[in-house]
Design a binder for this molecule. Structure first.
Ligand SMILES: [Zn+2]
Length: 462
């Protein structure tokens, strides 16, 4: 591995040189000297930050989404034109269906839009797939007895499949390997050097393409993976890092307190924390009850925490739980929330500042591809807290810009914990901006990322 010197960078407000050797920062100070350096990066006083860590996303879904039809401009038109442009017999995969914008969707509507074709449409949340009749036949949904296959009064599948990603994946014909290299390039361009993939995978084979892409350098980030309860005791393939166990509490199939507690206990017994998907008030209260029953361990966290009633903030703090939030949902979906979410829940939407004030650690994430994959969009949204229409979302005030940035600078195993630092001995995972930090934070934007260094290697240059 090579050595590298970053000359005249702003680190913690001071202009310094930074030397990197064998993937580690070895020196930070005025005039380290460039002797023996294979690469010299002139920073011109730009801020040098630890590389950003996205604490919750889904890598394979990001790769698949890039090769899919986006229906966010209107479902009917998008499916009809994809049908006209796709070879007969080939399937269509579409993403970002929204029931409020597009209306109810079932297989009969898809059959009318693309007659005789296998069409799969993913809900914008990722929790639901809607399949056309041919697509249902291809995956054997008519004969299957999976719980997530919705059926009508005549016991016919409606085409709506809830939380059946793993089941579907094993049944889809002729899949092409996902292009994780394109995902890697995008992440590097945002200054991201680490991610936590929060997919509740049920088999370790799910992680193989990700591990392969990291090993080959195509995906130049450190990847932590969760996996679902089935993988509580499993070790992910090298070089993936083991994160918490992902546990879903979904509102369409509400688990019992006993089931949730058992999942927590199993993970804890295996020496792992849990990352619990909670998107409603009831879901959060159930998770908190389970934590009170079995106790919490360091690293236990709530994913999304979309609705947090004020009285739950103290419980989150008492149990030392971390919240991993997605500030960009406020910007991207805020107007929808204000229209759909019950009035009583609206002040409690996507808390951030009030959680921190209540002593709760908060980490940031994008939940890509279900939210925009650029963390700087999330940072801006955490500051502004406004929907696209300009409406304020939730009762929380916005974060100070530096605090919003810190959502992505905590350690992977402790989102919202003490900000990582550019200091000797730390891994050379770095994000160089083209401006001093104060100026960059006036209008946070990924366009300010000049260079990204991951594991001592340059992975992006503007
Ligand atoms: Zn997610």
């Amino acid at each position: 591995m090579s050595s590298l010197v970053l000359r005249d960078a702003e680190v913690d407000g001071v202009r310094v040189d930074v030397r990197v050797e064998e993937g580690l920062i070895t020196m930070v100070g005025p005039r380290c000297g460039v002797r023996g350096a294979d690469v010299v990066v002139e920073c011109g006083g730009g801020a040098l930050l630890p590389g950003l860590h996205d604490h919750h996303l889904h890598l394979l879904s990001m790769a698949a989404a890039a090769a899919s039809v986006d229906v966010s401009g209107g479902l009917d038109g998008a499916i009809r034109s994809a049908d006209a442009q796709t070879l007969p017999g080939a399937a269509i995969r579409a993403v970002r269906y929204d029931e409020v914008r597009d209306g109810p969707l079932d297989r009969w509507r898809l059959d009318a839009l693309a007659p005789g074709r296998a069409v799969r449409v993913q809900h914008r949340s990722g929790a639901l797939w809607v399949l056309s009749t041919v697509a249902l036949q291809e995956v054997g949904a008519f004969e299957a007895e999976e719980e997530g296959i919705e059926r009508d009064d005549l016991d016919r599948p409606t085409g709506r499949l809830f939380r059946l990603d793993g089941w579907l994946r094993g049944r889809l014909p002729g899949r092409v390997p996902p292009d994780l290299a394109a995902v890697g390039r995008r992440l590097a361009s945002y200054g991201v050097t680490g991610v936590t993939d929060c997919t509740p995978a049920a088999v370790t084979a799910y992680f193989e393409p990700i591990a392969g892409a990291v090993r080959s350098g195509a995906l130049p980030v450190t990847v932590w993976v969760t996996g679902g309860p089935e993988l509580s005791e499993a070790t992910p393939p090298h070089p993936l890092q083991q994160g918490p166990v992902k546990i879903l509490i979904t509102d369409h199939a509400f688990p019992s307190l006993e089931q949730v507690s058992e999942g927590f206990a199993r993970a804890h017994l295996a020496g792992r924390a849990v990352a619990v998907h909670c998107v409603s008030r009831a879901g959060l209260l159930l998770a908190l009850a389970a934590w009170r029953a079995v106790g919490s361990v360091p690293g236990d966290r709530v994913e999304h925490a979309s609705v947090v009633p004020p009285e739950a903030v103290a419980s989150l703090c008492e149990l030392s739980l971390t919240v991993v939030t997605q500030p960009a949902f406020v910007a991207a979906r805020g107007d929808g929330y204000l229209a759909e979410v019950e009035a009583a829940d609206r002040p409690d939407l996507y808390r951030c500042a009030s959680l921190q004030e209540g002593g709760v650690a908060v980490g940031g994430s994008t939940d890509a591809p279900f939210g925009p994959d650029d963390p700087w969009v999330a940072i801006r949204a955490a500051i502004e807290r406004r929907a696209a229409s300009g409406a304020q979302v939730g009762s929380d005030r916005g974060l100070e810009p530096a605090t919003a940035l810190d959502l992505f600078l905590g350690p992977p195993e402790h989102p919202g914990g003490p900000r990582r630092r550019v200091t000797p001995g730390a891994p050379a995972d770095l994000c160089l901006l083209d401006l001093p930090l104060r100026t960059a934070l006036l209008e946070p934007h990924s366009g300010h990322v000049a260079t990204t260094i991951a594991g001592g290697r340059r992975t992006y240059t503007a």
